[in-house]
Design a protein around this ligand. Sequence first.
Ligand SMILES: C[S@@+](CC[C@H](N)C(=O)[O-])C[C@H]1O[C@@H](n2cnc3c(N)ncnc32)[C@H](O)[C@@H]1O
Length: 264
Amino acid sequence: MPFDSTGKVSLDHVYTEPDPRPYFATLRELDYQLPQLAKPYFAKLIEERPQPTVLDVGCSYGVNAALYRCDATMDELYDHYTGEEAGRLDRTGLLDRDRALGRSRGARFIGLDSSAPALEYAHAAGFIDDAIPADLERDAPTEHQAALLAGVDLVVSTGCIGYITERTIARIADMPDGRRPAMAHFVLRMFSYEPIAESLAALGYRTTGVAGMVKQRRFADPREQEQILDALRANGVEPHELETEGWLCAQLYFSEPVETRGQP
Ligand SMILES: C[S@@+](CC[C@H](N)C(=O)[O-])C[C@H]1O[C@@H](n2cnc3c(N)ncnc32)[C@H](O)[C@@H]1O
């Protein structure tokens, strides 16, 4: 498997397919479980807010929204997209089946991703209500995108920090009317949340890191593990026992607005 510049295996090809079957087939092999472990944290934040609009940054095929709205588990989604029936369906059939999934919980979801095919699928399946196909590392939001972002109450992400940096996050947080959404990001330990926390602090946020490790997925092979452990040590981070046992791990960071522009 090819590696990206950070030392992780490159899975980029599964994020740009017309439907999520390659994503689920590949990530199942790696025991990818972060969205499942993130779900209770996101659910609590959603349910603390009256009818919130949630922005999932790097939402891909709308996995976090599907887990929440359909009250599904990651294992159920793995079976759903890699089972025999999924193998017989074309994209239209797959979408029809997804649209028929029960939605037991309400919240408005907006997905932001640089992968147009993944976003189109998430939107057509009804997992997200609005799609923002954008690379805010590179571009400022368009007027329409800024209008959608202005209505966001809560920003979440799994597996996306690293691909995106403080540049994207500050663009999302820095809305012209001074309204600031709360944020919850699961961040691989090889990436520092510090630059994001600093740029959010300048916008009136306070950041708290939640103690403890969350399993993201298994290392693809010993070479990936060695490269990631080396990267951790190079950043002054001592590998955790889960990492030496074979798991790529993430930490959760909450960033909350403590003041609104114009209000002390
Ligand atoms: C590792 S995947 C995580 C997907 C999903 N959140 C999950 O947990 O399965 C990273 C996602 O970030 C997206 N991405 C990468 N670079 C991006 C950028 N500059 N702006 C927005 N999305 C980006 C990719 O297209 C991909 O969907």
